[in-house]
Design a protein around this ligand. Structure first.
Ligand code: UD1
Ligand code: UDP
Length: 364
Protein backbone atom coordinates (compact mmCIF):
# COMPACT_ATOMS: atom_id res chain seq x y z
CA UNK A 1 0.00 0.00 0.00
CA UNK A 2 1.37 3.39 -0.94
CA UNK A 3 0.81 6.49 1.21
CA UNK A 4 1.57 9.95 -0.13
CA UNK A 5 2.24 12.28 2.80
CA UNK A 6 2.05 16.03 2.32
CA UNK A 7 4.14 18.08 4.76
CA UNK A 8 4.98 21.76 4.77
CA UNK A 9 5.02 23.45 8.15
CA UNK A 10 6.69 22.92 11.52
CA UNK A 11 3.74 21.37 13.40
CA UNK A 12 3.28 18.88 10.57
CA UNK A 13 6.87 17.70 10.77
CA UNK A 14 6.35 17.09 14.47
CA UNK A 15 3.14 15.13 13.91
CA UNK A 16 4.74 13.17 11.07
CA UNK A 17 7.51 11.94 13.38
CA UNK A 18 5.26 9.40 15.08
CA UNK A 19 3.32 8.38 11.98
CA UNK A 20 6.45 7.81 9.86
CA UNK A 21 7.90 5.65 12.64
CA UNK A 22 4.73 3.58 12.70
CA UNK A 23 4.65 3.21 8.90
CA UNK A 24 8.27 2.05 8.91
CA UNK A 25 7.28 -0.91 11.10
CA UNK A 26 5.05 -2.36 8.37
CA UNK A 27 6.91 -4.10 5.51
CA UNK A 28 4.04 -3.72 3.09
CA UNK A 29 3.60 0.05 3.56
CA UNK A 30 5.46 2.50 1.39
CA UNK A 31 5.46 6.19 2.31
CA UNK A 32 6.29 8.82 -0.29
CA UNK A 33 6.82 12.25 1.25
CA UNK A 34 6.18 15.59 -0.45
CA UNK A 35 7.63 18.66 1.29
CA UNK A 36 5.83 21.70 -0.11
CA UNK A 37 8.53 24.09 1.11
CA UNK A 38 6.04 26.24 3.07
CA UNK A 39 8.66 26.33 5.84
CA UNK A 40 12.22 26.42 4.62
CA UNK A 41 14.66 27.83 7.24
CA UNK A 42 16.89 25.12 8.67
CA UNK A 43 15.49 25.48 12.19
CA UNK A 44 11.91 25.58 10.86
CA UNK A 45 12.26 22.44 8.72
CA UNK A 46 15.44 20.34 8.23
CA UNK A 47 16.17 20.10 11.94
CA UNK A 48 12.92 18.20 12.57
CA UNK A 49 13.60 15.64 9.83
CA UNK A 50 17.06 15.00 11.25
CA UNK A 51 16.28 14.77 14.95
CA UNK A 52 12.98 12.89 14.60
CA UNK A 53 14.42 10.65 11.89
CA UNK A 54 11.63 11.37 9.44
CA UNK A 55 12.63 10.00 6.02
CA UNK A 56 14.07 12.59 3.65
CA UNK A 57 11.27 13.97 1.43
CA UNK A 58 11.02 12.32 -1.98
CA UNK A 59 9.79 15.58 -3.50
CA UNK A 60 10.65 19.12 -2.43
CA UNK A 61 8.41 21.71 -4.08
CA UNK A 62 10.08 24.88 -2.77
CA UNK A 63 6.83 26.85 -2.46
CA UNK A 64 7.22 29.14 0.57
CA UNK A 65 7.09 32.81 1.54
CA UNK A 66 4.18 33.65 -0.78
CA UNK A 67 0.63 34.98 -0.36
CA UNK A 68 -2.03 32.43 0.60
CA UNK A 69 -3.47 32.27 -2.92
CA UNK A 70 -0.11 31.95 -4.69
CA UNK A 71 1.13 29.40 -2.16
CA UNK A 72 -1.98 27.21 -2.17
CA UNK A 73 -2.45 27.44 -5.95
CA UNK A 74 1.14 26.52 -6.77
CA UNK A 75 1.05 23.67 -4.28
CA UNK A 76 -2.12 22.26 -5.84
CA UNK A 77 -0.50 22.28 -9.28
CA UNK A 78 2.71 20.56 -8.13
CA UNK A 79 1.12 18.06 -5.73
CA UNK A 80 -1.22 17.02 -8.54
CA UNK A 81 1.75 16.19 -10.78
CA UNK A 82 3.31 14.04 -8.07
CA UNK A 83 0.02 12.33 -7.19
CA UNK A 84 -0.60 11.41 -10.84
CA UNK A 85 2.88 9.99 -11.15
CA UNK A 86 2.87 8.08 -7.84
CA UNK A 87 -0.78 6.96 -7.91
CA UNK A 88 -0.95 6.32 -4.12
CA UNK A 89 -3.70 4.48 -2.26
CA UNK A 90 -3.93 7.34 0.23
CA UNK A 91 -2.96 10.96 0.50
CA UNK A 92 -2.25 11.86 4.12
CA UNK A 93 -2.64 15.47 5.26
CA UNK A 94 -2.04 16.93 8.72
CA UNK A 95 -3.53 19.88 10.60
CA UNK A 96 -4.74 23.12 9.08
CA UNK A 97 -2.07 24.81 6.99
CA UNK A 98 -2.12 25.84 3.36
CA UNK A 99 -0.14 22.65 2.59
CA UNK A 100 -2.96 20.61 4.20
CA UNK A 101 -5.66 22.19 2.07
CA UNK A 102 -3.64 21.88 -1.14
CA UNK A 103 -3.08 18.14 -0.56
CA UNK A 104 -6.75 17.53 0.22
CA UNK A 105 -8.00 19.34 -2.87
CA UNK A 106 -5.67 17.39 -5.16
CA UNK A 107 -6.73 14.06 -3.65
CA UNK A 108 -10.39 14.85 -3.93
CA UNK A 109 -10.20 15.94 -7.59
CA UNK A 110 -8.15 12.88 -8.58
CA UNK A 111 -10.47 10.57 -6.57
CA UNK A 112 -7.57 9.41 -4.45
CA UNK A 113 -8.61 8.65 -0.89
CA UNK A 114 -7.55 11.36 1.54
CA UNK A 115 -7.07 10.98 5.27
CA UNK A 116 -7.04 14.08 7.48
CA UNK A 117 -5.10 13.85 10.72
CA UNK A 118 -6.39 16.34 13.32
CA UNK A 119 -9.85 16.58 11.79
CA UNK A 120 -12.86 18.23 13.41
CA UNK A 121 -11.09 21.03 15.24
CA UNK A 122 -12.85 24.37 15.19
CA UNK A 123 -12.15 27.84 16.56
CA UNK A 124 -15.36 29.21 14.98
CA UNK A 125 -13.35 32.21 13.82
CA UNK A 126 -13.56 32.29 10.04
CA UNK A 127 -11.00 35.10 9.87
CA UNK A 128 -8.30 32.59 10.75
CA UNK A 129 -6.72 31.07 7.64
CA UNK A 130 -6.39 27.82 9.59
CA UNK A 131 -10.16 27.64 10.22
CA UNK A 132 -10.88 27.96 6.49
CA UNK A 133 -8.25 25.31 5.72
CA UNK A 134 -9.62 22.81 8.22
CA UNK A 135 -13.27 23.20 7.26
CA UNK A 136 -12.52 22.73 3.55
CA UNK A 137 -10.12 19.84 4.21
CA UNK A 138 -12.62 18.07 6.47
CA UNK A 139 -15.35 18.37 3.88
CA UNK A 140 -13.47 16.44 1.19
CA UNK A 141 -11.62 13.92 3.37
CA UNK A 142 -12.52 10.22 3.24
CA UNK A 143 -11.30 9.50 6.76
CA UNK A 144 -11.45 12.16 9.47
CA UNK A 145 -9.02 11.21 12.22
CA UNK A 146 -10.19 13.30 15.18
CA UNK A 147 -7.88 13.84 18.17
CA UNK A 148 -10.61 14.52 20.76
CA UNK A 149 -14.25 13.80 21.52
CA UNK A 150 -15.04 17.51 21.10
CA UNK A 151 -13.72 17.32 17.53
CA UNK A 152 -16.09 14.43 16.79
CA UNK A 153 -19.00 16.42 18.26
CA UNK A 154 -18.06 19.47 16.16
CA UNK A 155 -18.30 17.37 13.01
CA UNK A 156 -21.62 15.85 14.03
CA UNK A 157 -23.06 19.33 14.62
CA UNK A 158 -22.05 20.27 11.07
CA UNK A 159 -23.85 17.25 9.62
CA UNK A 160 -20.83 14.97 9.03
CA UNK A 161 -20.33 12.34 7.71
CA UNK A 162 -20.88 13.44 4.12
CA UNK A 163 -20.31 11.85 0.72
CA UNK A 164 -16.91 12.27 -0.91
CA UNK A 165 -15.52 11.49 -4.36
CA UNK A 166 -14.85 7.94 -3.08
CA UNK A 167 -17.93 7.12 -1.01
CA UNK A 168 -18.97 8.04 2.50
CA UNK A 169 -16.73 9.59 5.15
CA UNK A 170 -15.47 7.79 8.22
CA UNK A 171 -15.25 9.94 11.37
CA UNK A 172 -13.21 8.43 14.19
CA UNK A 173 -11.54 9.57 17.42
CA UNK A 174 -8.07 8.00 17.41
CA UNK A 175 -6.38 10.27 19.95
CA UNK A 176 -3.72 12.86 19.35
CA UNK A 177 -0.52 12.09 17.43
CA UNK A 178 1.21 14.97 19.23
CA UNK A 179 0.76 13.10 22.49
CA UNK A 180 2.38 10.01 20.93
CA UNK A 181 5.28 12.20 19.82
CA UNK A 182 5.73 14.00 23.12
CA UNK A 183 5.74 10.72 25.07
CA UNK A 184 8.24 9.10 22.72
CA UNK A 185 10.67 11.98 22.15
CA UNK A 186 10.83 13.18 25.76
CA UNK A 187 13.58 10.60 26.42
CA UNK A 188 15.72 12.53 23.90
CA UNK A 189 14.99 16.03 25.30
CA UNK A 190 18.01 18.22 24.71
CA UNK A 191 19.11 21.05 26.97
CA UNK A 192 19.61 24.15 24.80
CA UNK A 193 23.02 25.83 25.05
CA UNK A 194 21.27 28.95 26.24
CA UNK A 195 20.03 27.09 29.32
CA UNK A 196 23.53 26.87 30.80
CA UNK A 197 24.24 30.51 30.09
CA UNK A 198 21.00 31.72 31.60
CA UNK A 199 20.95 29.18 34.45
CA UNK A 200 17.36 28.47 33.51
CA UNK A 201 16.63 25.50 35.74
CA UNK A 202 17.58 27.36 38.90
CA UNK A 203 15.57 30.48 38.23
CA UNK A 204 12.30 29.18 36.85
CA UNK A 205 11.02 30.78 33.68
CA UNK A 206 8.05 31.22 31.38
CA UNK A 207 8.20 29.72 27.89
CA UNK A 208 6.49 31.81 25.25
CA UNK A 209 5.83 31.62 21.48
CA UNK A 210 3.94 34.05 19.22
CA UNK A 211 3.40 33.60 15.51
CA UNK A 212 -0.27 33.35 14.60
CA UNK A 213 -1.59 35.74 11.95
CA UNK A 214 -4.28 37.18 14.24
CA UNK A 215 -1.50 38.56 16.47
CA UNK A 216 1.28 39.29 14.00
CA UNK A 217 -0.93 40.97 11.39
CA UNK A 218 -2.46 43.32 13.96
CA UNK A 219 0.10 45.83 15.22
CA UNK A 220 -2.03 46.84 18.21
CA UNK A 221 -2.29 43.25 19.44
CA UNK A 222 1.37 42.56 18.78
CA UNK A 223 2.46 45.67 20.72
CA UNK A 224 0.14 44.90 23.62
CA UNK A 225 1.49 41.38 23.92
CA UNK A 226 5.13 42.40 23.85
CA UNK A 227 4.55 45.30 26.26
CA UNK A 228 2.89 43.09 28.86
CA UNK A 229 5.54 40.38 28.39
CA UNK A 230 8.11 43.06 29.14
CA UNK A 231 6.21 43.91 32.36
CA UNK A 232 6.06 40.28 33.42
CA UNK A 233 9.76 39.84 32.59
CA UNK A 234 10.58 42.30 35.39
CA UNK A 235 9.45 39.56 37.80
CA UNK A 236 10.17 36.34 35.93
CA UNK A 237 12.37 35.47 33.01
CA UNK A 238 10.63 34.73 29.71
CA UNK A 239 12.23 32.57 27.02
CA UNK A 240 10.76 33.33 23.61
CA UNK A 241 11.91 31.28 20.60
CA UNK A 242 10.70 33.67 17.91
CA UNK A 243 9.08 32.58 14.64
CA UNK A 244 10.69 34.40 11.66
CA UNK A 245 7.34 35.88 10.73
CA UNK A 246 6.99 37.64 14.11
CA UNK A 247 10.63 38.73 14.01
CA UNK A 248 10.00 40.49 10.69
CA UNK A 249 6.85 42.25 11.92
CA UNK A 250 7.94 43.29 15.42
CA UNK A 251 8.46 47.07 15.50
CA UNK A 252 12.10 47.86 16.28
CA UNK A 253 10.96 50.85 18.36
CA UNK A 254 9.53 48.62 21.11
CA UNK A 255 11.63 48.80 24.28
CA UNK A 256 11.81 45.29 25.70
CA UNK A 257 12.98 44.28 29.17
CA UNK A 258 16.30 42.37 29.01
CA UNK A 259 14.72 39.52 30.99
CA UNK A 260 12.55 38.84 27.95
CA UNK A 261 15.05 36.55 26.24
CA UNK A 262 14.34 36.30 22.52
CA UNK A 263 16.07 33.41 20.77
CA UNK A 264 15.85 31.79 17.34
CA UNK A 265 13.34 28.97 16.89
CA UNK A 266 14.66 25.75 18.38
CA UNK A 267 14.41 22.10 17.34
CA UNK A 268 11.71 19.89 18.84
CA UNK A 269 14.05 18.10 21.26
CA UNK A 270 15.19 21.43 22.71
CA UNK A 271 11.58 22.56 22.78
CA UNK A 272 10.61 19.49 24.80
CA UNK A 273 13.36 20.37 27.28
CA UNK A 274 12.20 24.00 27.46
CA UNK A 275 8.58 22.98 28.08
CA UNK A 276 9.47 20.32 30.65
CA UNK A 277 11.48 22.79 32.71
CA UNK A 278 9.22 25.84 32.41
CA UNK A 279 6.88 27.04 35.17
CA UNK A 280 4.30 28.38 32.75
CA UNK A 281 3.64 28.46 29.00
CA UNK A 282 2.27 31.55 27.21
CA UNK A 283 1.51 31.00 23.54
CA UNK A 284 -0.73 31.46 20.54
CA UNK A 285 0.43 28.12 19.10
CA UNK A 286 -2.05 25.29 18.76
CA UNK A 287 0.49 22.54 19.37
CA UNK A 288 2.15 24.17 22.33
CA UNK A 289 -1.13 24.50 24.23
CA UNK A 290 -1.37 20.72 24.28
CA UNK A 291 2.30 20.12 24.94
CA UNK A 292 2.03 22.34 28.04
CA UNK A 293 -0.65 19.92 29.27
CA UNK A 294 1.36 16.80 28.32
CA UNK A 295 4.23 18.12 30.48
CA UNK A 296 1.90 19.26 33.29
CA UNK A 297 2.38 23.01 32.85
CA UNK A 298 -0.36 25.63 33.02
CA UNK A 299 -0.89 27.60 29.82
CA UNK A 300 -2.10 31.12 29.02
CA UNK A 301 -3.28 31.29 25.42
CA UNK A 302 -2.72 34.62 23.69
CA UNK A 303 -5.82 34.26 21.53
CA UNK A 304 -9.54 34.92 21.85
CA UNK A 305 -10.55 31.33 21.13
CA UNK A 306 -8.99 27.90 20.94
CA UNK A 307 -9.59 24.60 19.18
CA UNK A 308 -8.57 22.79 22.37
CA UNK A 309 -11.58 23.65 24.58
CA UNK A 310 -11.11 20.56 26.77
CA UNK A 311 -8.02 22.28 28.22
CA UNK A 312 -10.00 25.41 29.02
CA UNK A 313 -12.76 23.28 30.55
CA UNK A 314 -10.38 21.69 33.09
CA UNK A 315 -8.67 25.00 33.89
CA UNK A 316 -5.28 24.00 32.38
CA UNK A 317 -5.56 26.68 29.72
CA UNK A 318 -6.81 30.25 30.12
CA UNK A 319 -7.73 32.33 27.08
CA UNK A 320 -6.24 35.77 27.61
CA UNK A 321 -6.34 37.29 24.12
CA UNK A 322 -4.10 40.31 23.61
CA UNK A 323 -5.47 42.45 26.45
CA UNK A 324 -2.61 43.65 28.67
CA UNK A 325 -4.56 43.69 31.93
CA UNK A 326 -6.16 40.31 31.33
CA UNK A 327 -2.79 38.77 30.50
CA UNK A 328 -1.07 40.27 33.55
CA UNK A 329 -3.86 39.22 35.93
CA UNK A 330 -3.96 35.70 34.53
CA UNK A 331 -0.17 35.43 34.91
CA UNK A 332 -0.49 36.39 38.59
CA UNK A 333 -3.16 33.72 39.19
CA UNK A 334 -1.67 31.01 36.96
CA UNK A 335 0.48 29.44 39.66
CA UNK A 336 -2.37 29.24 42.17
CA UNK A 337 -4.81 27.11 40.12
CA UNK A 338 -5.15 23.43 41.02
CA UNK A 339 -5.16 21.50 37.75
CA UNK A 340 -5.71 17.77 37.25
CA UNK A 341 -3.13 16.91 34.60
CA UNK A 342 -3.86 13.19 34.83
CA UNK A 343 -7.23 13.33 33.13
CA UNK A 344 -7.18 11.52 29.76
CA UNK A 345 -8.08 14.04 27.04
CA UNK A 346 -5.97 12.93 24.10
CA UNK A 347 -6.10 9.13 24.03
CA UNK A 348 -3.70 6.47 25.15
CA UNK A 349 -0.58 7.41 23.16
CA UNK A 350 -1.53 5.02 20.35
CA UNK A 351 -2.99 7.50 17.86
CA UNK A 352 -0.37 6.65 15.22
CA UNK A 353 -1.05 2.92 15.51
CA UNK A 354 -4.80 3.52 15.31
CA UNK A 355 -4.38 5.66 12.20
CA UNK A 356 -2.16 3.23 10.34
CA UNK A 357 -4.31 0.20 11.15
CA UNK A 358 -7.42 2.08 10.00
CA UNK A 359 -5.74 3.02 6.70
CA UNK A 360 -4.80 -0.64 6.12
CA UNK A 361 -8.30 -1.84 6.99
CA UNK A 362 -10.09 0.73 4.85
CA UNK A 363 -7.87 0.33 1.81
CA UNK A 364 -10.35 -1.86 -0.09
C1 UD1 B 1 1.80 28.55 9.08
C2 UD1 B 1 0.39 28.05 9.34
C3 UD1 B 1 0.08 28.13 10.82
C4 UD1 B 1 1.12 27.36 11.61
C5 UD1 B 1 2.50 27.89 11.25
C6 UD1 B 1 3.55 27.10 11.97
C7 UD1 B 1 -1.06 28.54 7.40
C8 UD1 B 1 -2.19 29.34 6.92
N1 UD1 B 1 -0.61 28.86 8.64
O1 UD1 B 1 1.86 29.91 9.49
O2 UD1 B 1 -1.16 27.53 11.08
O3 UD1 B 1 0.89 27.59 12.98
O4 UD1 B 1 2.69 27.77 9.84
O5 UD1 B 1 4.81 27.72 11.84
O6 UD1 B 1 -0.60 27.64 6.72
N2 UD1 B 1 8.97 32.29 7.26
C9 UD1 B 1 10.34 32.25 7.25
N3 UD1 B 1 10.94 31.02 7.29
C10 UD1 B 1 10.25 29.85 7.29
C11 UD1 B 1 8.86 29.92 7.29
C12 UD1 B 1 8.24 31.15 7.29
O7 UD1 B 1 11.00 33.27 7.23
O8 UD1 B 1 10.87 28.77 7.32
C13 UD1 B 1 8.31 33.63 7.25
C14 UD1 B 1 8.15 34.17 5.86
O9 UD1 B 1 8.24 35.56 5.91
C15 UD1 B 1 6.73 33.81 5.53
C16 UD1 B 1 6.06 33.99 6.90
O10 UD1 B 1 7.03 33.53 7.82
O11 UD1 B 1 6.18 34.61 4.55
C17 UD1 B 1 4.81 33.25 7.07
O12 UD1 B 1 5.00 31.87 6.75
P1 UD1 B 1 3.72 30.96 6.36
O13 UD1 B 1 4.14 29.57 6.15
O14 UD1 B 1 2.95 31.64 5.29
O15 UD1 B 1 2.81 31.05 7.63
P2 UD1 B 1 3.08 30.83 9.16
O16 UD1 B 1 2.85 32.10 9.85
O17 UD1 B 1 4.37 30.12 9.40
N1 UDP C 1 8.14 24.21 18.18
C1 UDP C 1 9.51 23.92 18.06
N2 UDP C 1 10.40 24.94 18.11
C2 UDP C 1 10.02 26.24 18.28
C3 UDP C 1 8.63 26.53 18.41
C4 UDP C 1 7.72 25.48 18.33
O1 UDP C 1 9.88 22.76 17.92
O2 UDP C 1 10.90 27.11 18.31
C5 UDP C 1 7.18 23.10 18.13
C6 UDP C 1 6.21 23.03 19.28
O3 UDP C 1 6.79 22.35 20.36
C7 UDP C 1 5.05 22.29 18.65
C8 UDP C 1 5.05 22.76 17.24
O4 UDP C 1 6.34 23.33 17.01
O5 UDP C 1 5.29 20.88 18.65
C9 UDP C 1 3.98 23.77 17.07
O6 UDP C 1 4.19 24.47 15.92
P1 UDP C 1 3.74 25.97 15.77
O7 UDP C 1 3.60 26.63 17.09
O8 UDP C 1 4.62 26.57 14.76
O9 UDP C 1 2.33 25.79 15.04
P2 UDP C 1 0.83 25.53 15.51
O10 UDP C 1 0.80 24.35 16.41
O11 UDP C 1 0.34 26.80 16.12
O12 UDP C 1 0.11 25.30 14.23
Amino acid sequence: MKILTVLGARPQFIKAGSISREIAMHNNLHEVIIHTGQHYDTNMSDIFFEEMQIPKPDYFLGIGGKSHGAMTGQMIEKIEEVAEKENPNWILVYGDTNSTLAGAIVASKLHIKVAHIEAGLRSYNMKMPEEVNRILTDRVSDILFCPTSIAVENLKKEGFPFATSNGRQIVTNVGDVMQDGAMFYKQFAKKPLLANKEKLEAKGYILCTIHRAENTNNLERLKNIFEVLSEIAKEKQIILPLHPRTKKLLPSTLKLHPNLTIIDPVGYLEMVWLISNADLVMTDSGGLQKEAFFFHKPCLTLRDETEWMELVNIGANILVGADKEKIFNAYKLAFKNKIDFNVNLYGDGKASQNIISTLIRENN
